[in-house]
Ligand binder design. Structure first.
Ligand SMILES: NC(=O)C1=CN([C@@H]2O[C@H](COP(=O)(O)OP(=O)(O)OC[C@H]3O[C@@H](n4cnc5c(N)ncnc54)[C@H](OP(=O)(O)O)[C@@H]3O)[C@@H](O)[C@H]2O)C=CC1
Ligand SMILES: C[C@H]1O[C@H](OP(=O)(O)OP(=O)(O)OC[C@H]2O[C@@H](n3cnc4c(=O)[nH]c(N)nc43)[C@H](O)[C@@H]2O)[C@@H](O)[C@@H](O)C1=O
Length: 362
């Protein structure tokens, strides 16, 4: 990959894709190829074939995918497996057909078994049953790793795969049902604080920027209070209570999206497929974990966000919502040995994302 390479970033408006775009621009890459999903639906084989044949990119960052939190994965199981298989099959296959020199596939640490030894090493892939709530998504991601690996071995392509831990940062999804835990808690606790202060202006401007079904900035105070209750932000006995899904016991590892993007660009600049093979006799587990190597319980995360936001009310746990995997801490030795380490720690990241969120919802 060099500064003149024609680089296609699939998913450039998303959490990770937007950070990859920013990182490449900052590093002086200028020949960038971008398409939104409405301009190019990557599930559509004919559209993707035409795009690659015409544009012939040199390099591809595949950060387009159907993505969501635990409940979205568990609810839209068909969409998660179909969309992801179609997107990655089309992009990887047409990259091969049009002669793309290098490609980066983004998977996820949910590829590892539900009961995986901790921390999770790359070699633990396919050693046990998966967590059921996101099994369809995880199976698509495993297929993506194997598609890259198989094309490399059969056709001599140079496609790399990275497995990021849970990510957060600017341009994340803050939907209260479909998002991941960190953005969901930032927003719920922010709304909780506004409700306890009877700060209707803040509540209305939040809803103006990111409407919740059944309520908008023109709704009455009572309607807003009623709908927030449905999403777990409740005013009861003069106090506001914010719902945390599950038991609070699961542990998660969080990486700032711009660190993730930096790791992606670093790997694409520094590595070829041959160097990712741990053992030349057995070409397996060539993917690379990307994370911090540190985790925290959901209960602790919620307390940290509560302190950062300055919410005075209470947090309560709703055990009717799924916990998912109890722990998925990445082993980041492979990444560290390559010479890359994250920069932003979680405490600073929470501060920065809360500041970003409030600047957007004003
Ligand atoms: N977020 C996280 O915590 C984690 C993410 N990952 C992986 O990282 C990658 C990026 O995720 P993230 O940035 O969070 O996801 P986002 O949901 O923020 O962004 C996904 C992007 O994919 C694009 N996209 C979705 N469907 C299509 C389609 N049919 N055709 C074309 N483009 C499409 C969207 O484009 P548009 O905006 O134009 O509609 C969007 O920009 C994914 O592979 C994900 O699985 C892995 C682990 C954790
Ligand atoms: C990135 C990763 O993301 C998903 O896996 P997950 O880590 O389980 O996802 P999550 O962020 O949604 O939840 C983490 C934990 O947090 C708890 N939790 C509490 N309160 C809220 C809450 O309000 N919202 C959400 N979403 N979770 C909450 C929740 O119950 C769970 O115990 C998969 O898509 C998977 O495929 C994947 O790749």
């Amino acid at each position: 990959m060099n500064k003149d390479s024609k680089i296609y970033i699939a998913g450039h408006r998303g959490l990770v894709g937007s950070a990859i775009l920013k990182s490449l621009q900052e590093k002086g890459y200028q020949n960038l190829l971008l398409r939104t999903s409405s301009e190019l639906d990557l599930r559509d084989s004919a559209q993707v074939a035409e795009f690659f044949a015409k544009e012939k990119p040199d390099v591809v960052f595949l950060a387009a995918a159907k993505v969501g939190g635990i409940v979205a994965n568990n609810t839209y199981r068909g969409t998660f497996i179909y969309d992801n298989l179609m997107i990655q099959n089309n992009v990887i296959h047409e990259s091969y057909r049009s002669g793309v020199q290098k490609l980066l596939f983004l998977g996820s640490t949910c590829i590892y078994p539900k009961e995986c030894p901790q921390p999770m090493k790359e070699e633990y892939l396919l050693t046990g049953p998966l967590e059921y709530t996101n099994e369809p998504y995880a199976i698509a991601k495993i297929a993506g790793i194997k598609l890259c690996e198989s094309y490399n071995l059969q056709y001599g392509t140079n496609y790399l795969s990275v497995m990021p831990t849970n990510l957060y940062g600017p341009n994340d999804n803050f939907d209260l049902e479909k998002s991941h835990v960190l953005p969901a808690l930032i927003r719920k606790i922010h709304l909780g604080k506004a409700l306890e202060n009877a700060d209707w202006e803040t509540l209305r401007s939040d809803l103006k920027n990111l409407p919740i079904e059944g309520v908008d900035q023109n709704s009455t105070d009572a309607e807003i209070t009623g709908i927030l209750e449905k999403y777990g932000v409740k005013l009861k006995d003069g106090q506001v209570h914010v719902e945390i899904w599950g038991s609070g016991r699961p542990r998660r590892e969080f990486l700032w999206s711009e660190d993730m993007a930096d790791a992606c660009v670093f790997i694409m600049e520094q590595l070829d497929f041959a160097q990712t093979c741990p053992d030349s006799d057995e070409i397996r587990n060539t993917h690379i974990n990307i994370g911090t190597g540190k985790d925290i319980s959901i209960a602790e995360l919620a307390e940290q966000i509560k302190a950062e936001v300055g919410f005075q009310g209470s947090l309560y746990f709703n055990s009717s919502k799924p916990d998912g995997t109890l722990r998925k801490l990445t082993d980041v030795n492979k990444l560290h040995n390559l010479g890359w380490k994250h920069v932003k720690e979680l405490e600073q990241g929470i501060r920065d994302i809360y500041s970003w969120y409030t600047s957007q919802s004003r």
